[in-house]
Write a protein that binds this ligand. Sequence first.
Ligand code: CA
Ligand code: CA
Length: 176
Amino acid sequence: MRKRPLLLAAALTTGLLTALPAATASAAPSGLAGDFNGDGYRDVAVSAVCTDVGSASCAGAVVVLYGSSSGVSATKKAVITQNSPGVPGTAESSDLFGSSLASGDLDRDGYSDLVVGSSGESIGDRDGVGSGTVLWGSKSGLSGGKGLPSRPRSPSGAASRVASPPGTSTATATRT
Ligand SMILES: [Ca+2]
Ligand SMILES: [Ca+2]
């Protein structure tokens, strides 16, 4: 006897969900790959690897163009460098921030994140060993970041190598 009212309720719910606009103020992030602000439109990250930042030549930058129903536009963009708020490190000459880019939702919050390589970064007394930075996706787009762990030195002084099976990655990031 209870079966029919339940089916009716399900049908009403389905109809209501269909009638709602695709994006509302409280909408959940889209979960789309490359959608850094979760609005349902994929975004574009472009490397400007040899951009000068202040007096630092070839410090590098990433330009993010946010998507919309009419595509990407230069009016809805962000330029991110190592001097941007929340981004670890400091823009220095020849850091080459943006030398490689990859996206994925590393913390599984529904917002795609961006991994940025800086192939010229020096760490401690090791010149140009490179580094990786995660820029976190959020409702307001890419903001803040976290440096990926660098390889520790072996007792001989050389950077140790971490073996991993083909097709796997040893890079991990934990949101703090
Ligand atoms: Ca988007
Ligand atoms: Ca994320």
